[in-house]
Structure formats: structure tokens, C-alpha cells
Write a protein of this length. Structure first.
Length: 201
């Protein structure tokens, strides 16, 4: 195959974006953009570091981020697998992107900007869940925000095609395969629901 290696060739292939695609980009949250993001319980956080890029799913049972102001979002780092790939990347290269989804909507919201990681006690306390707090919070400064074309989610039938997970390998199956049986996949899968329930936040 022959790669496209220059912008002139790429633009010749695709042409020019329409007016709405160009004008929807704003440097901060509009009222409508803020309403949309505050409804989202799930986003994908993308970061970049010396080892490459990372995309991390983030979710909550309410808004996945807290809007601090029209240019600033706060994303709590709740319990995870302790790899901290995103956090390590942000500390070394603050560039981030977020893709927000809302169940049932075929639109998405994109945010590009820069981020820091903080363990600020006052900010962490704003996410209190009984006795639990996130160990750190990712604070994102928005450079641009805009809605995403609906075609991808319409094509995928993400909210309308029903449960498509039947027959998928479990994480235990994957670990068993990767370790040539060194990790007992059945035991992992059996223990996971109890472990997850105790460490959700």
C-alpha cells in the first residue's frame, strides 16, 4: 500500500470541512456543551507520553467529570488497576483529549486541552463518597471543545443493536492465554465480581 505522507494530498482527497464543522469548535464550554458534558457518565481519556499513547475509559454513576468553570474540568481518579498509565503520561506531557458519550445519544463531545494531576485535599474532598475519596484528581484546562458527528455511533448501532457480548473471551480467558496457564483464568473470573464490588470507588 502507498501511504499518504503530505497534507496537500490529504486535503485534496477530503476537501474542505463544511461551515458547521468549522464553527462548532469553541475555546470553552457553551451552555449547551456544558449541559451535555454534565450529563455524561462515561468518557475516554487519551494521553501521550514517551512510551506512546494511551486511551483510558473513565466512568461514574453520575457526571464523570466536575465542571469547575467554563475552561476547567476535574476528573477524579477512582480505584483502578494501579497501572496509572494516564497519570504517568500527564505528569510528563500534559496534552490530553476526552471523548464523552451519553447512553442513547448518537452524538459525542470532544475536549482537547492540557492537564495536571493533583492530590489537593480540598478538591479531592469535593468527590467524597462516604469515607472514600479519589487519591488524585486530573484537572483539565480546555483548549477546544466541540460536538462529534453522529455517523460513527449510528453506523455502529451502539445503543440500538442490543447486547453483543455473547461468546466474548473473559479477562480470565485472556490472562490464561497470555500466561500459558500461569494465571488461573477461572479463579480470576470467579473472584472478580466480589473484588469489584469492594473497590468500585
Amino acid at each position: 500500500m502507498t501511504p499518504i505522507t503530505d497534507l496537500e494530498s490529504l486535503h485534496a482527497l477530503y476537501g474542505t470541512a463544511g461551515e458547521s464543522a468549522r464553527r462548532k469548535v469553541t475555546p470553552g464550554l457553551t451552555s449547551a456543551y456544558r449541559t451535555w458534558i454534565e450529563r455524561s457518565r462515561f468518557c475516554v481519556l487519551t494521553t501521550v507520553g514517551p512510551e506512546g499513547t494511551d486511551g483510558s475509559p473513565r466512568g461514574d454513576d453520575g457526571p464523570v467529570v466536575m465542571v469547575l468553570d467554563d475552561r476547567t474540568l476535574a476528573l477524579p481518579d477512582w480505584q483502578g488497576n494501579e497501572r496509572i498509565d494516564s497519570l504517568r503520561n500527564i505528569i510528563r506531557d500534559g496534552r490530553v483529549s476526552l471523548l464523552f458519550l451519553v447512553a442513547g445519544s448518537v452524538n459525542a463531545m470532544r475536549v482537547n486541552g492540557t492537564a495536571i494531576v493533583t492530590a489537593d485535599a480540598t478538591l479531592r474532598a469535593r468527590f467524597n463518597r462516604e469515607v472514600k475519596q479519589p487519591r488524585s484528581v486530573i484537572v483539565i484546562t480546555i483548549a477546544e471543545v466541540y460536538s462529534q458527528c453522529a455517523r460513527a455511533l449510528i453506523r455502529a448501532g451502539l445503543w440500538t443493536s442490543g447486547d453483543q457480548s455473547a461468546g466474548l473471551p473473559s479477562v480470565g480467558d485472556m490472562l490464561r492465554e497470555i500466561t500459558n496457564g500461569g494465571i488461573d483464568g477461572t479463579a480470576y473470573d470467579t473472584a472478580w465480581p466480589v473484588r469489584a464490588a469492594k473497590t468500585m470507588w
